[in-house]
Write a protein that binds this ligand. Structure first.
Ligand SMILES: [Zn+2]
Length: 59
């Protein structure tokens, strides 16, 4: 098991920021809480690399 920490699956619609919980559902809105294994944001930003390669091609 990687992590017990889960995040509210509907936090983008319901909350201003991710709501983390240790239970199966969000303590705030009751939505299903998802495992955080697939990170909510990607620090390596693959889209940034995509934009950079596009820029090179247009030059
Ligand atoms: Zn919630």
């Amino acid at each position: 098991m990687k992590s017990d920490i889960r995040v509210c699956s509907a936090w983008r619609e319901t909350h201003d920021s991710p709501v983390y919980t240790l239970s199966d559902s969000c303590p705030d809105c009751g939505a299903v809480a998802e495992n955080t294994a697939p990170a909510p944001f990607n620090p390596s930003d693959p889209h940034g690399e995509y934009r950079r390669s596009l820029k090179r091609r247009n030059r």
